[in-house]
Design a protein around this ligand. Structure first.
Ligand SMILES: [Fe+2]
Length: 446
């Protein structure tokens, strides 16, 4: 066990414990190095698969993001919830760390955990001249070495049985960076495990330190790659941590009220409920992938003894491109481009499948257009803003013609939670009465 105590905020002392602490939260950057995607072929491969990730501009998106992090200069630092690379290529990790170093050089802390794509990934390839050539991924040890200055070096406690660690932000706040990945059994036949789990030894390590935090009245914000709870009826298996209720109960026992996750690529907020402790719930916020529409990250403000406030922010790629004199029209009108990309990727995927179901071209067009509007909104957590228009449209009604198709269930699962705002959440830290952990502000309810 490591017991260094280094990772304080700059200049922290007892006098600034009342100050707000700002974090930026981003996830699923899926960066690929030009050394692995030599001629930029990957974007076409992803586009052909109907993937919503914008691999064509992955590098520009990350550069624009780094520039915004430096401008914002969050006093607490940048939290990344895993899937740093496309498929765990060692060259991508090394190149990404070179980019992230610019943030560290400005005195901003970074805390990373791996995602399921980052370690021992047998799908790590170099793309060149229409060929896929296997290249090196990284071991857990290499991952820690590459990102040593992004949380590992200054961690208060490190787990021996995973890449989990705990960082002390100040004497009242810890960050729990919990590795939920299951890469141990990856091999050529099963190149990358999607599922997430926590081993028995890590649970012991975790409980020991959460107990200490509770005894000292230290607040803990938890971060995982996999979801703490099921966010969607269809996106559960492989996405939610296995036996997740055990972690929910542990968080409940030690007063953790917030878990930040990634992995789903959608923007979604949902609470998990303790079955053992009455009225205890823990909010899991799945931040959407930085590479999918609407290319957002979040700010998280910790207001001591008052609140934790999470709010998403759309990355301003256009301004970044304009300031650099870049003439690419897609970058200069990036929000528009990004939405159209997500719309057309969805449309292509659905339309041809619907035609195979003996629907008329007209019906297929109507139905594809509904889902193509809903899908980017689902990924951005903004269904609440458009569901009324969708519900009353004739295009939506045509979907009743094919109730047995997967996409029908998909639409139902999206519309089921249509009234919730998934982009803001303010939780109370007040210790009086029942208010600790309760929702102060959520746009849809507010
Ligand atoms: Fe991902």
């Amino acid at each position: 066990m490591n017991s260094e105590k280094v990772n304080y905020l700059k200049g922290d002392d007892e006098t600034n414990l009342d100050k707000n602490i700002e974090f930026i939260v981003a996830t699923d950057l899926h960066y690929i190095s030009p050394k692995a995607d030599v001629d930029g072929e990957l974007s076409e491969i992803c586009e052909a698969k109907g993937d919503l990730k914008q691999m064509k501009y992955a590098s520009e998106i990350i550069d624009a993001f780094i520039s915004e992090v430096i401008k914002y200069k969050p006093s607490g630092g940048l939290i990344i919830c895993g899937d740093l690379t496309y498929n765990g290529e060692m060259v991508s990790h090394i190149d990404l760390m070179t980019k992230l170093q610019k943030i560290l050089d400005k005195g901003i802390n970074i805390y990373v955990i791996p995602g399921n794509h980052d370690i021992k990934n047998y799908n790590a390839y170099k793309y060149k001249a229409a060929q896929k050539i296997p290249i090196k991924s990284v071991s857990p040890k290499m991952f820690k070495e590459i990102y040593f200055n992004c949380g590992f070096k200054s961690a208060l406690y490190r787990d021996k049985y995973s890449i989990s660690y705990i960082s002390q932000v100040n004497s009242e706040l810890w960050l729990l960076m919990l590795d939920t990945n299951f890469y141990q059994e990856n091999n050529w036949k099963n190149p990358v495990a999607i599922k997430g789990s926590i081993n028995e030894s890590t649970y012991e390590w975790l409980e020991q330190h959460l107990k200490e935090a509770k005894e000292k009245n230290i607040k803990v914000i938890a971060v995982t790659h996999h979801s703490l709870v099921d966010h969607n009826d269809l996106l559960n298996k492989g996405y939610t941590i296995e036996n997740n209720q055990r972690l929910v109960e542990l968080y409940a026992k030690y007063n953790i009220i917030l878990n930040l996750s990634g992995h789903l690529h959608i923007q979604h907020i949902k609470p998990g409920y303790s079955k053992k402790i009455k009225n205890k719930k823990i909010y899991d916020i799945a931040t959407s992938s930085l590479l999918v529409c609407r290319n957002q990250y979040a700010t998280l403000t910790y207001e001591p003894k008052k609140s934790i406030y999470y709010k998403t922010k759309v990355l301003n790629v256009s301004r970044w491109a304009f300031e650099r004199g870049i003439l690419d029209n897609n970058l200069l009108h990036f929000n528009y481009y990004s939405y159209n990309y997500a719309y057309s990727q969805t449309y292509k995927k659905i339309y041809y499948e619907l035609l195979r179901r003996n629907l008329s071209e007209y019906e297929a067009k109507m139905m594809s257009s509904t889902l193509s509007k809903l899908n980017p909104a689902f990924f951005s957590g903004t269904v609440v803003e458009i569901y009324r228009i969708i519900e009353v449209s004739d295009n939506y009604k045509v979907w009743s013609l094919v109730s047995d198709i997967f996409y029908h269930k998909y639409i139902d699962s999206i519309m089921k939670e249509r009234k919730y705002d998934h982009n803001t959440l303010k939780l109370s830290l007040r210790e009086d009465g029942e208010s600790f952990g309760s929702v102060i502000w959520n746009k849809a309810k507010g």
